[in-house]
Structure formats: C-alpha cells, structure tokens
Ligand binder design. Structure first.
Ligand code: SAH
Length: 378
C-alpha cells in the first residue's frame, strides 16, 4: 500500500526515505546540500544519498516543506526534487487530498463551517472561527465519535479515525480558501483526539514544525472527554499544548448519565490526571462544562465543582449548551435546553467567588450547526 506522506512527521519521513532502495544514483544526482553533501556525480559506491547523512535530511526537509508549508497536492509540484526521486515517490507514496464539499457562513460572519471530502469519501467537518486576536480552526480527528456523550451530535455515528495528513489538511485547506494564516488550532471538532492518539500527535507535530506552518504549541488546544491513561501519556510528550477536559458534571452519578466514559474513570481520577498534566507542563488546564438547564446548572453543582477544583491550576470554560438533533444516538438529550442566563451567571459567580477562574463563553456558529457538539459525520 502507498505510504501517505502527509501523515508522516519529519522523523518518520526520514525513516521512510531511508527505507527506499539504497545507493541509487538518482537520489544523489542533483542539487546536493550546501554543507558539502555527496557530490552531484553518480557513483558506484553504495550507499549514497537518501540512505544517510545530510542529503537525506535535506530531501526530507524539502519534501516536508512541500507538504506542510506549500501544501502541495502532487509530487510534480515538488519542482526542486530530482525528477527520478519524484517518479520513485509516485510509485510508493501518495498525497491524499481533501476537497471542499460545502461551506456555510454564520450570519454574523464569525464562524464558517466546512465540509471536506477525502479521496476515500470520508466527510470531515472543520470550523473556522474569528476572534479579536486572530482566527482559529477547530479540526476533527475522527469521522464521527465512539465516546457516546448523550448531548453531542458527533456520537451519532463513527466511520473511522483520520490519518494525521487529513487532520493537517483541514487547516491548510481553510488557509488557502480564506487566504489568511490561521494562528490557532483547536482539536475540538468531531471525534475524540486521544482515541486517535498517534495520528493526533503526529498532526500536532506537523502543524507545529518550523518547516511547516510553525503554529506554536501554546496556540493549540486539545479537548478530551477524559481518557485518563492518555492524559498521562500526553503529559509525558514534552509538549506545551493546552489541555481541555470535558467534565460537564461535578460528580460521578451525574457525569455517568451524560458521558459513558465516566463509567470507566471517576471525576477524581480525571481531575488527578489534569492536575498531573498541569504540574508537568506548567500549563493551566481548562475544564469544559456545558450548562444544561435543570441538569447540571444548579448552585449546588457549582459549589460541588468549585470544591473539587480548588487548589489546582484550572480554568473553567462554561459553554452555552447547544441544542442538537441526535437522530441515531441516545434520545436522552433530545429535551435538553441551554441553561438560562441567570443560572449561567450564578454558576460563573459561584466559581469565581471560590477563587476558580471561569469564563462564560459566547456561542459561535450555532446557526450553521458549527457550534460545540453540533458537528457530526454525514
Ligand atoms: N471529544 C472531545 C472533543 C469534543 S467537542 C471532548 O469530548 O472534549 C468539544 C466540546 O464540545 C466538548 O467539551 C464537548 O463535550 C462539547 N459539547 C458536545 N456537545 C455539546 C453541546 N450540545 N453543547 C455544548 N457543548 C457540547
């Protein structure tokens, strides 16, 4: 099977090039690196070129730049590679494409929802969001989701995890379409990023790479429903990305009604993992909490939550609950309504008065089904 080159990190790309037939003169025949790599003359001394040293690094960097900086769609675009290398790559590798199949702009123009279609006919949803400080893209990591949160439209179906290249390509396609640089990426679209851990991580590394878009780790946020072992794993990756954890309830009993994952990991275990992540990375962890009328928006819930969050570096993001039309999933959430303004404000005040930083977020893109929880795979 062809190797999907856009899904490889720089290190993986080097290994891939190394695995190509060794010592071929064609890899060494053209432009050698300025730092005195192998000569430009074919030689009978094996192995050469991509097999080791600076030329391999040089070629990997060229290819990576084509894929992640210039967002090339074909090997023929890679005009500074020797033609023979391009031909070789065509035989063993591919560059999967995504094409825009729908684009919907919210009425106040602060959000655009994109539907992309992959070569394999998978539909991917992404959202571009305008903020005062720039723009962010919310990317999907899976087509659908298998976590089953009752209030989330993404739970309605699952048709697979996305390769890293398709995760990155969402950002590139939107940048190209809007002709602007995206300064922030949030892994908060369809799917559970930590349920697609390796691909999500590879995408993050590619987006962060200086040879790619160079999007700062601190400008990226990953949101998880709370896969505890994976939070510990992420804490060990030596990254500076913001972790956001969807809690939505202050205790196990209520959380288990809303999120099946709560039957696997308790609130205490989730918060312990968050604290570990915060201590390890020195980054403030965000706790996400969608306020649902008469379900989790009471003063008691706020006080209980405040009690559990005290003493750690947490910030609570209070998300306005977005009504979703879940057809195939659970019917429990059908009647869920957003908390009214007064209880949302009370909730916020209780947290703040207990010393917990809390933000009541504005809704974005609800009219085009681009808001939290409204993404699904068609
Ligand atoms: N799987 C990840 C990313 C999911 S979507 C996670 O669970 O965090 C991003 C956020 O939207 C999560 O906090 C999710 O719980 C929240 N969300 C899902 N459905 C929602 C809805 N109907 N209204 C408001 N927020 C919702």
């Amino acid at each position: 099977m062809d190797t999907d080159l856009r899904s490889l990190t720089m290190e993986e790309l080097k290994l891939f090039l190394k695995s190509l037939p060794q010592g071929r003169p064609e890899f060494s025949r053209t432009t050698a690196p300025a730092d005195g790599g192998p000569s430009s003359r074919p030689t009978d001394k094996p192995p050469l070129a991509c097999s080791s040293g600076s030329l391999l690094e040089f070629r990997a960097a060229q290819i990576f730049e084509w894929l992640h900086k210039h967002c090339a769609g074909s090997f023929d675009d890679m005009t500074n590679l020797p033609k023979v290398l391009r031909e070789e790559l065509k035989k063993v590798a591919s560059i999967p494409k995504i094409k825009t199949s729908k684009k919907l702009q919210s009425s106040n123009k602060d959000a655009i929802k994109y539907l992309f279609e992959t070569d394999k006919a998978t539909i991917i949803e992404s959202v571009w969001m305008k903020y005062s400080y720039g723009s962010a893209v919310c990317v999907s990591t899976q087509a659908g989701c298998r976590m089953g949160c009752v209030f989330c439209a993404s739970s309605a179906s699952f048709s697979g995890s996305l390769p890293a290249g398709d995760i990155c390509a969402q950002v590139y396609a939107i940048q190209r379409d809007l002709n602007e640089r995206v300064s922030r990426v949030v892994f908060m679209g369809c799917g559970e990023p930590l349920d697609n851990y390796d691909n999500f991580l590879a995408a993050l590394r590619c987006l962060n790479s200086k040879q790619g878009q160079n999007i700062g780790q601190r400008n990226m946020t990953v949101s998880t429903c709370g896969l505890v072992p994976k939070i510990y794993a992420l804490a060990g990756e030596g990254l500076q990305v913001t972790l956001a954890v969807s809690l939505h309830a202050p205790n196990d009993q209520l959380r288990q009604r809303l999120m099946p994952i709560a039957r696997k990991y308790t609130v205490t275990e989730v918060l312990r993992a968050c604290k570990y992540y915060g201590d390890k990375t020195k980054r403030r962890v965000t706790i996400e909490y969608a306020l649902i009328k008469d379900v989790n928006d009471s003063r008691e819930c706020a006080r209980e939550l405040a009690g559990k969050l005290r003493g750690a570096m947490f910030h609570v993001n209070l998300i306005p609950f977005n009504r979703v039309n879940v057809e195939r999933g659970s019917t429990i959430a059908k009647d869920f309504l957003p908390a009214d303004k007064e209880s949302a404000e009370n909730f916020t005040h209780i947290l703040r008065n207990s010393g917990i930083p809390a933000t009541l977020r504005r809704g974005l893109g609800e009219d085009v089904d681009a808001a939290c929880g409204q993404l699904r795979s068609y």
